[in-house]
Ligand binder design. Structure first.
Ligand SMILES: C[S@@+](CC[C@H](N)C(=O)[O-])C[C@H]1O[C@@H](n2cnc3c(N)ncnc32)[C@H](O)[C@@H]1O
Length: 746
């Protein structure tokens, strides 16, 4: 285990410098006699660190001088912590001390999510090398901002941050050295005890044939030693296994010891152990004992990353860019202030967000002016990221079925200055019945959370077999709903991203495979993410579509991020008529699926009750009241533009006119009429002297799927209903009653 995860970079690990590793081991003094228990007391840890630091200084006296030198010089080069590798696992214990100053409050600490990736002036130097990155401006002016030279004070503060970072890095190095030494001791201990073929398995059995363990499970140090030995044996079974013993026996012992040492239920430990070779599984379990680094995402709707970084440094926060892969993330090393309560936090300049939560949104890659659905959005980390990437243009529907979480979502949307988002409170299974035809859909699905055990250790014991049946079932239904909500003919999109913060096969590859089986109109595509392990194409006797390797898996032990899964689909056609709907209802006998209804005739059939939500905390809808507000806002807007509101028809009126025209157009098209007829109808309606008959309108809308009415932003059902009733000249066409924000383009 190790301290350093908070200080290690998140993202792809750098190449392993073998020479360093070798030197570490060679230079290390001989094994000390002190036994290595799982936990050290805080005082011990501090003393240990202090000692390590002194040793580091003694070994390399130039180091501190170098830091001071860097502090004085203009910070062109960036200091880089050692890249994380599979071997460099760390101890949670020491972290407590390291992060004592960091205080987090605030809503978004709960959840995951985002920036404008293309802000050139937001660049930081390459975090993976000493060379500043390719941005020319950055190379010329240094790390932070163009006006550094003029601002003495700022420069000093920046330098102060560098000194802080430098100190941290020196300490990290010293601690890593000390850890390497401890590992060596442990290895020596193991070898001394066990000899070449370690004695691991018990010979005595109980009445049921189970081996009787002589090792008390409370003896953590011996347990750990046995874990190490078992892994060594499984790595080199031929040479290290006891005679007559099978791999299965060693694997069973490993499982038992993992449960005892880390406190997992046997059911979950087994499931997770199956994902990796034994040594990697050990690294995974170990990484779950250590918190991931604290990360904030710059809200590019309000600020730029370097400005934010400078301001926070001025407040005594030690930070650096999260990695080259993100232009908006800042990794926090230490803070003198509570990061969930700074003026910048309250003003929405950033959101506390796990680094891996950036990934699904980066894969979604929403474009400006699109219509995007975030199906399970609360508390809104990813929604607000989406909105920032879209620069507050277009429209985001942020939905969550949990009302109280949806309130948190609204809070974050307001704080971060998001203005293009409509919050909904449906079960996502209601989509696309509620709203459809999106350019992109994100389904950040509810999951078991096996990727975030470091954050929530209760997952170790509270997940049962039933959870791994229920959750995948829901996820499978949701993914069908997500696919059916996308407009395959979108000019800019047609994409669906599915993500979970879980690492199990049931919640990831199996769900994706299910979607591929049920929806032949989608295919997997590249996520566009620069790192991540490939999804499994076969594991534990299960095989998946070869394109499953386009999906991406993230683990705490490989990238120092929360465990995550990301898959990206492209929808290229309509859902077949005989496909099973998202709600599991078969639509055989030729009836159109909900997807086809969405594409061809946008009709909301969701029953909307009169009572219920109106009085709830969440809000509810009051159309009459909304109408008053909308008209008032329209008038104010016109006045601001210097127009007389009375002289200009209101939007509602305009919408009616557009609806009329859409109806007329349908009519003309349906009857095969030419332009002259269109003109005629136009004139008639303008004059209001002739009423288009209800029958005609109904026929026209049916023939054309009301698509024109939909494009005009008018509720097609209203148009249809009013058309059928033959209302005068379409002038009575109204936005559908009680539709609220539920349907149609916003
Ligand atoms: C992983 S969290 C989403 C985190 C969010 N995307 C973010 O980045 O902040 C999953 C969410 O799904 C919601 N949820 C669960 N079942 C749902 C359903 N049937 N429809 C919509 N949302 C659902 C939960 O309330 C929870 O907020």
């Amino acid at each position: 285990m190790g301290v350093g995860n908070r200080f290690k970079k998140q993202g792809p690990p750098g190449p392993l410098d073998e020479s360093l590793v070798t030197r570490k081991r060679k230079d290390a003094p001989p094994a000390a006699a002190e036994p290595r228990g799982k936990k050290r007391s805080r005082t011990e840890v501090r003393a240990f660190k202090k000692e390590a630091k002194v040793t580091a200084k003694a070994n390399n006296p130039n180091k501190i001088a170098m830091s001071d030198h860097r502090a004085k010089a203009k910070p062109v080069k960036k200091l880089v912590p050692a890249p994380v590798s599979d071997e460099e696992m760390s101890d949670a214990d020491d972290l407590e001390t390291a992060m004592e100053g960091v205080n987090v409050t605030g809503l978004d600490a709960l959840g995951s999510a985002s920036e404008s990736e293309d802000l050139v002036d937001d660049e930081f130097p390459d975090s993976d090398s000493d060379i500043v990155d390719s941005d020319d401006d950055v190379r010329k002016v240094g790390m932070w901002s163009d006006d550094e030279d003029e601002e003495e004070v700022k420069e000093k503060l920046t330098a102060a941050n560098i000194v802080g970072l430098s100190r941290k890095l020196d300490m990290q190095k010293a601690i890593e050295d000390a850890e390497a030494q401890a590992e060596l001791e442990e290895a020596a201990l193991t070898t001394n005890i066990a000899g070449d073929r370690p004695k691991i398995l018990e010979d005595e059995e109980d009445d049921e044939g189970q081996p009787i363990s002589k090792l008390a499970t409370q003896d953590l140090q011996l347990l750990r030693t046995r874990l190490n030995d078992t892994i060594r044996v499984l790595d080199d079974f031929k040479n290290l296994a006891e005679e007559g013993r099978s791999r299965v026996e060693y694997r069973a012992q490993l499982l038992k010891d993992i449960c005892a040492y880390y406190g997992y239920s046997e059911f979950l430990a087994d499931k997770l152990l199956n994902l990796f070779p034994a040594r990697e599984a050990f690294a995974f379990f170990e990484a779950n004992e250590t918190p991931r680094p604290m990360v904030i995402r710059t809200n590019t709707l309000r600020t730029h990353r370097r400005e934010l970084a400078q301001t926070l440094i001025n407040r005594g926060v030690q930070l650096e860019p999260v990695g080259k892969w993100s232009k908006v993330g800042l990794q926090i090393f230490e803070s003198q202030v509570p990061l969930g309560a700074t003026p910048e936090y309250l003003a929405g300049h950033y959101i506390l967000q796990a680094a891996s939560s950036f990934l699904p949104v980066m894969a979604l890659a929403p474009q400006e002016n699109e219509r995007v659905l975030d199906m399970a959005a609360a508390p809104g980390g990813k929604t607000t990221h989406i909105a920032a990437l879209m620069k507050n243009t277009g429209c985001v529907f942020a939905n969550d079925s949990n009302k109280s979480r949806a309130k948190g979502l609204i809070g974050n949307i307001h704080r971060l200055g998001v203005k293009n988002t409509i919050v909904c409170n449906y079960s996502a299974l209601e989509f696309p019945k509620a709203v459809g035809g999106f350019d992109r859909v994100l389904l950040d699905a509810p999951c078991s959370g096996t990727g975030v055990i470091a954050k929530d250790a209760s997952v170790k014991t509270n997940k049962t077999e039933l959870d791994f049946m229920r959750l995948p079932h829901l996820q499978k239904q949701l993914i069908l709903a997500a696919i059916d909500s996308v407009d395959h003919s979108s000019k800019t999109g047609g994409y669906i991203v599915y993500s979970t913060c879980s690492v199990t096969i049931e919640e990831n590859e199996q769900v994706v495979q299910y979607a591929l089986n049920k929806r032949p109109n989608v295919k997997l595509v590249e996520t566009g993410l620069s790192f991540g392990k490939e999804g499994f194409t076969s594991i534990m006797g299960k095989t998946f579509h070869p394109t499953m390797k386009l999906t991406r898996r993230y683990y705490p032990h490989t990238y120092n991020v929360d465990g995550f899964f990301v898959a990206k689909f492209k929808k290229f056609g309509l859902t077949p008529a005989n496909a099973i709907g998202a709600n599991g209802v078969a639509s055989t006998n030729g009836k159109p699926t909900s997807d086809q209804q969405t594409q061809e005739e946008f009709v909301d059939k969701t029953p909307i009750t009169e009572s219920g939500d109106e009085d709830s905390d969440f809000g509810g809808w009051d159309d009459d009241e909304d109408q008053v507000y909308m008209e008032r806002a329209e008038k104010a807007q016109l006045r601001r533009k210097g127009k007389n509101p009375k002289a200009v028809p209101s939007n509602a009126k305009k919408a009616e006119n557009v609806a009329e025209k859409a109806v007329e157009k349908n009519e003309v098209e349906a009857s095969g009429g030419g332009g002259s007829k269109a003109k005629e109808v136009d004139v008639v309606i303008k004059n209001g002297t002739e009423k288009p008959t209800g029958k005609k309108q109904a026929k026209a809308i049916r023939a054309n799927g009301a698509s024109n009415a939909k494009k005009a932003g008018v509720d097609a059902q209203a148009a249809k209903a009013d058309g059928v009733s033959g209302v005068d000249g379409g002038a009575e066409l109204k936005p559908r009653k009680k539709s609220g924000g539920r349907k149609g383009k916003a």
